[in-house]
Design a protein around this ligand. Sequence first.
Ligand code: GDP
Length: 302
Amino acid sequence: FQRLSDGLSKTRQVVRQSLDRVLGRTPDPAMLEELEAALLTADLGVRVVDRLMTHVREHARGADAANSEALQNVLSRTLYDVLAPVQGASLEQLIEKGPKPFVVLMVGVNGVGKTTTIAKIAQRLVQGGRRPLLVAGDTFRAAAIDQLQVWADRVGVDVIRHRHGADPAAVAFDGIVAAKARAADVVLIDTAGRLHTKSNLMEELRKILRVIGQALPGAPHEILLVLDATVGQNALAQARQFKEVVGVTGLVLTKLDGTARGGIVVAIADELKLPVRLIGVGEAVEDLQDFNQEAFIAALFG
Ligand code: GDP
């Protein structure tokens, strides 16, 4: 929890500043407006903030108005209700219950932290006694293949790779064949994320999906969209696009430590009705955490 709490400290600061002015007294309209602005600044999104403020205003009219604990509870409970419908299993639970090999396709635009996240997941799996296999599906950038290899060497797992420029669907196919042959538990497939050729990228992803299904019917078992929390509402736009094209089944929000807008996790989950499987709150392996709504809310309002 400490790492999560540290990671969310910038966002918490924004919220706390105005919350502390309201707590313990009957809030006046100016204070409530300030609180509303702070919640928006934290990027919780207009819809979620409206819901929060409706409950907060109701509370402010009640007999309990000056009770700071009660107000804090109103905020926490409302956020909990927002997140409850999108609470899903963790990636590890999915793997535990799923078929073997369990195939995870990682998608997202360049720079969001896809490769790092794959490495962190692989490391966690290895620590948990599993045998992951990485697939260097971003054949567009030679550096991406090398970067994945460097991480794999560090973690001590194998990478299935083709040369730079090869067909990513062919690499994915080979990856799954290799996983079956080597009895790997989990296949983590990296993909390219260049957005300037958007329609090509989406076409390419569709082909990868098709070919994965041919290599192993029913696969991929999880399509994880990695989003960079520091880009705020832009992440939401990306998410809509990917969701439409590849049918994303879970989200990873990275770099929550680098932003005061960590509320974007809630806004995105609420808008897309997709479970947040993992969040990144720093660069270390331990900083990739399962998303736990209670812990997240506690760290947000702390
Ligand atoms: P890719 O292009 O999507 O594969 O992105 P990379 O995996 O290369 O990551 C881009 C940068 O983001 C790297 O410098 C990572 O260390 C950094 N990064 C990834 N996740 C996090 C995170 O949760 N917190 C922070 N602070 N940095 C992160």
